[in-house]
Design a protein around this ligand. Sequence first.
Ligand SMILES: Nc1ncnc2c1ncn2[C@@H]1O[C@H](COP(=O)(O)OP(=O)(O)OP(=O)(O)O)[C@@H](O)[C@H]1O
Ligand SMILES: [Mg+2]
Length: 494
Amino acid sequence: MTEVRPKLLVVDDEPDVIFSFRRLLGKEYEILEANSGDEAVKVVEAEDPEVVVMDVRMKGLDGIEALRQIRQISPRTVVILMTAYGTTQSTIEAMKLGAFDYVLKPFEIDHLRQILAHAVRAALDMRRVVRYQRPSEPERWEKDDIVGLSRPMQEVYKLIGRVAPSDLPVLIVGESGTGKELVARAIYQHSNRKEKPFLAINCAAIPDQLLESELFGYERGAFTGAAMPKPGKLEVCDGGTIFLDEIGEMPLATQKKLLRVLESGEIEKVGSTRATRVDVRVIAATNRDLEALVAREEFRSDLYYRLKVVEIRMPPLRERREDIPLLVDYFLEIASRELLREKPQLTSDAMEVLQEYHWPGNVRELENLIKNTLIRHPTRVLNASEIVGQLGSTSVAKPVGDISMAASAEPEVLPGPGLDDVHVRAIFEKIKDSHPLPPGFDTFDLIERRLLELALRHCRGNKSQAARLLGISRNTVRKRVEKYGLQHLVSGEE
Ligand SMILES: Nc1ncnc2c1ncn2[C@@H]1O[C@H](COP(=O)(O)OP(=O)(O)OP(=O)(O)O)[C@@H](O)[C@H]1O
Ligand SMILES: [Mg+2]
């Protein structure tokens, strides 16, 4: 499989910093370098990197001015700033110019990796082109095409075309796996803001208390651990589009703040009473029944009506069965390309089975099914029994990771929400080739310690939150913190 590494431009006048990026991240990223702000601007122009990590203080053109210029030339390049303690004020200023995030020097590699992963995802989201016409030549499907010629899909395309150029908020509803995220990206790409930033936030994936600060930012001292102020994603996204996925999971207090954004374009940071103006287009999606949530007072009705002005309903796959052959063709082609295989044929019995199935997991389930069948049956023709063997066994969970890693003979038991078999396998592969363990610890200890550490950092040292995230009791967290000597990660208050 040919893998294209994202381009990461590192800008620093200290060669050591560039050297350590190469050493630590050279495998995952194609590292480009620049020693000054001027050079950075030139490299961005010539190479169009996905992500730039740049020192704020440099001789000549400093990071802030370089950021301003980069935003001009290439608004879809994501810029992360590096800053040392003591220069934070200028960093805050720089964030207002649209930096994606900042890291403090000396940085912790895991933290940096995490920020980079988010940054790359954001950069790719902005660059991926979603097409929604049938390719003119056969065998010309591209990843991220929206496939479907049925009436309900034609309606969806019409709506996308109609709403994309306006700045109105859009609500996309529909069952899981029907393509809501794909539609959100299509709207962005057909909008007048397509050259401006696009950020996707999954409200279900972020703990309630963090979601608000993630979206709106916070002032210094707003809570324990907020040593420095930080702008929220709405501010980072100023001028652009924000995609609020799984909006049904948003806590009521945050909903209220979001309503204000929609009504007056104002945000208020956590810990602040001052309002800041932002210009952001909101696209929201959910697979929950918002009306029912409103009836139970779990979702604000005023926000619901505000969002619902433009609503796109994604049809479930069982209501557009005529699209199934086209989708099958599409996934067969994309998956066999990824697996470097010749595209197999389906017998007509097999196609019939697919057209009759009820598809509770919609297009995602069909996609997983085709991929799994392809991996398990490396034949040129796939028949009905091979398809039936896969029906219902493919997880309805969202796919994660690399398709080739899912290749296994036995059925996977998925460990739980958000955790896929491929991840556990990846850990196992590492363990197989790893060094002797430190005395007194077994593999499970090491994994447990690391998971706990990550969870505590994520929850800013809050034990109860970390416990909830990991699905264990607070008491267990407390005991393990002691066992592994992680007291320094725990915050004083709860
Ligand atoms: N019409 C379509 N054509 C091609 N691929 C599609 C289509 N609809 C969905 N997919 C693919 O199916 C998968 C699920 O789509 P997507 O993530 O957009 O669903 P969703 O509605 O956001 O689901 P959830 O509610 O679970 O988040 C993705 O891999 C997407 O590319
Ligand atoms: Mg989705």
